[in-house]
Design a binder for this molecule. Structure first.
Ligand SMILES: C[S@@+](CC[C@H](N)C(=O)[O-])C[C@H]1O[C@@H](n2cnc3c(N)ncnc32)[C@H](O)[C@@H]1O
Length: 207
């Protein structure tokens, strides 16, 4: 099953399934971004709008994109604020769906589905104002090495989505190549800090 169709199918359970990565990402996002000032945001892979609702309290203009019609449809019902626009788009294709420049481009739990990170970083760079930030919060590759990946239960059994592993050095080096400065890299754990971290977050700045 392709990734888009899998998320269409996952959408009705996405907000309610047990999902430690989803829940931790929400906390990480607030922790990393509450100290920043931003007025316009491009959110990549917004899903059911888990982070969109919080982002709209900080910014006056949000463009939230996703390629799953069903994930978007839930987000649209949940996040009704007029400063948020939702758009169906595939971020692996040229980002010609907006000509705007943003203060913040954010992506949460989406890059594990993207093979070519450089393309996404380059497009994000081109859509940011100077001084703007690119925020990434992803399943930590250490978790991927141990076999953790996006999956859900369906009537037909367990569905595992197609994923790509990006090493920490790839996340940072790709940023450098795109022209970004890395301003923060953090790792977030479940309760037991002796186990591998669950989330990797990076904050880049466009000089
Ligand atoms: C794990 S969900 C994360 C949703 C949300 N960001 C969150 O943190 O809850 C991944 C989302 O990325 C979207 N996605 C995956 N690949 C995509 C692509 N190439 N273009 C647009 N959206 C994509 C999926 O449809 C899904 O909604």
């Amino acid at each position: 099953m392709n990734i888009e169709k899998a998320y269409d199918q996952w959408s009705s359970q996405y907000d309610t399934n047990k999902n430690k990565t989803r829940d931790l990402d929400k906390l990480v996002t607030v922790k990393c971004l509450e100290k920043l000032k931003f007025d316009s945001v491009l959110e990549l892979g917004c899903g059911t709008g888990k982070n969109t609702g919080w982002l709209q309290t900080k910014a006056s203009n949000i463009l939230a994109v996703d390629f799953s019609e069903e994930m978007l449809s839930i987000a649209k019902k949940k996040v009704l604020h007029e400063n948020v626009n939702f758009q169906k788009a595939d971020i692996t294709k040229k980002w010609d769906w907006t000509s705007e420049k943003f203060d913040l481009v954010t992506c949460n739990l989406i890059l594990e589905h993207i093979e070519d990170l450089q393309f996404v970083y380059d497009q994000a760079f081109s859509k940011l104002k100077h001084g703007g930030h690119f925020f990434i919060s992803e399943l930590h590759p250490f978790k991927q090495y141990l076999g953790t990946k996006a999956r859900f239960e369906s009537d037909a059994g367990k569905i595992e989505l197609r994923t790509f592993t990006h090493h920490v050095s790839e996340f940072t080096e790709t940023g450098k190549k795109a022209g970004f400065q890395l301003t923060e890299l953090r790792e977030y754990f479940d309760e037991d800090q002796n186990k591998p971290p669950r989330i990797l977050s990076l904050l880049f700045k466009k000089p």
